[in-house]
Design a binder for this molecule. Structure first.
Ligand SMILES: NC(=O)C1=CN([C@@H]2O[C@H](COP(=O)(O)OP(=O)(O)OC[C@H]3O[C@@H](n4cnc5c(N)ncnc54)[C@H](O)[C@@H]3O)[C@@H](O)[C@H]2O)C=CC1
Ligand SMILES: O=C([O-])CC(=O)C(=O)O
Length: 337
């Protein structure tokens, strides 16, 4: 009893303490492997005043369970069977987090999920554009490098697109990079990760970690581990899906950053967003360093000037891959009009 009360306090303390006036967060895919622990962490966040949980199945149980946690936020769960369930989950949302869709099995790439997840994200984005066009969208569903362009095209078609408000969540890459370096140096430091969220498009910037010295072999091995960290979990889960708990942690952290920014704090984050940074290469989306405010992205910061030659080379290799995924996503929406 005492332990569980402390656990809630500890979870609440993991987030910042002053509470914004009203912050409804909707989770689409709330009954899934990520959706459940993410809903739990959001319920423990004192900044969240209301949770709208939506999934095609099983959401009432998740809502009832999470709803017993003794923070003051209201929790409602809806399924596809409920009349206007999706609309009710979305109305009034400040943030919509989307982990809906299928996860990988061993041997698959994230792009292999496109055929199933593209349509799911397109349809959920349509509902967001209709019922909460001002909300910030946090897209977790893979392949992120394509699902963010998909949501963007949907919002453009609906005439409500604001590039400051659509985010691909790449926070898990930062969490992993920080963890793997932590193992080496014995303390937890931030490691910037830029690019995208699939294999070689994931680019950790170890050059930006103050005082870190890596041999070429260590740098190559750590870069590879961050780029293919998702595969490590897929393999270990052996057919039962991909990262869920670490993703929920990373997603809750990113949501908290946006809620803090919404309440007036100046917040710096890394996210996959619309940017002109590589416009000359025809690329529209890239994960990079952003300042957040109450409207979402306030400013996109330039890449650090002192990134290494090795990291510059990784960026050049990632750009064509990113471009391919981006075009695949936007063409999907254009062809499914
Ligand atoms: N961005 C990132 O760093 C990461 C992304 N992912 C991705 O997140 C997604 C979800 O992964 P898991 O939670 O493990 O999968 P899961 O299969 O456990 O859960 C997905 C949930 O989505 C629901 N769903 C399916 N269609 C829906 C719809 N139209 N509307 C609402 N809900 C719907 C399902 O009923 C299920 O409950 C996958 O695409 C996975 O690849 C996973 C880990 C990290
Ligand atoms: O690997 C996957 O399919 C899930 C994911 O995006 C990750 O864990 O980074």
């Amino acid at each position: 009893m005492f332990a569980s009360r402390n656990a809630v306090k500890l979870a609440a303390r993991a987030f910042s303490t002053s509470v914004a006036s009203q912050s409804k967060v909707a989770v689409l895919g709330a009954a899934g492997g990520i959706g459940q622990p993410l809903s739990l962490l959001l319920k423990a966040n004192p900044r969240v005043t209301e949770l709208g949980l939506y999934d095609i199945v099983n959401t009432p149980g998740v809502a009832a369970d999470v709803g017993h946690i003794n923070t003051l936020s209201k929790v409602e769960g809806f399924t596809a069977k409920d009349q206007d369930g999706l609309k009710k989950a979305l109305q009034g949302a400040e943030l919509v987090v989307i982990p809906a869709g299928v996860p990988r099995k061993p041997g698959m790439t994230r792009d292999d999920l496109f055929n199933t997840n593209a349509g799911i994200v397109r349809d959920l984005a349509k509902a967001c554009a209709e019922h909460c066009p001002q909300a910030k969208l946090l897209i977790i569903s893979n392949p992120v490098n394509s699902t963010v362009p998909i949501a963007t095209e949907v919002f453009k078609n609906a005439g409500v697109y604001d590039p400051k408000k659509i985010f691909g969540v790449t926070s898990l890459d930062l969490v992993r990079a920080s963890r793997f370096i932590g193992d080496k140096i014995g303390k937890i430091v931030d490691v910037p990760v830029i690019g995208g969220h699939a294999g070689i498009t994931i680019i950790p910037l170890f050059s930006q970690v103050e005082g870190l010295s890596l041999t070429t072999e260590e740098r190559d091995a750590l870069t590879d581990r961050v780029q293919f960290g998702g595969d490590e979990v897929v393999k270990a889960k052996d057919g039962l899906g991909s990262a869920t708990l670490s993703m929920a942690y990373a997603g809750a952290r990113f949501a908290d950053s946006l809620l803090r920014a919404a309440s007036g704090e100046s917040v710096l984050e890394w996210a996959f967003i619309r940017t002109d940074m590589f416009k000359n290469k025809g690329l529209e989306f890239f994960s990079t360093y952003v300042k957040l405010d109450q409207d979402g992205v306030k400013e996109i910061l330039p890449l650090p000037e002192n990134i290494s030659e090795y990291e510059k080379h990784l960026i050049q290799k990632a750009i064509p891959e990113l471009k391919k995924s981006e075009t695949k996503g936007s063409s999907f929406v254009a062809n499914s009009q």
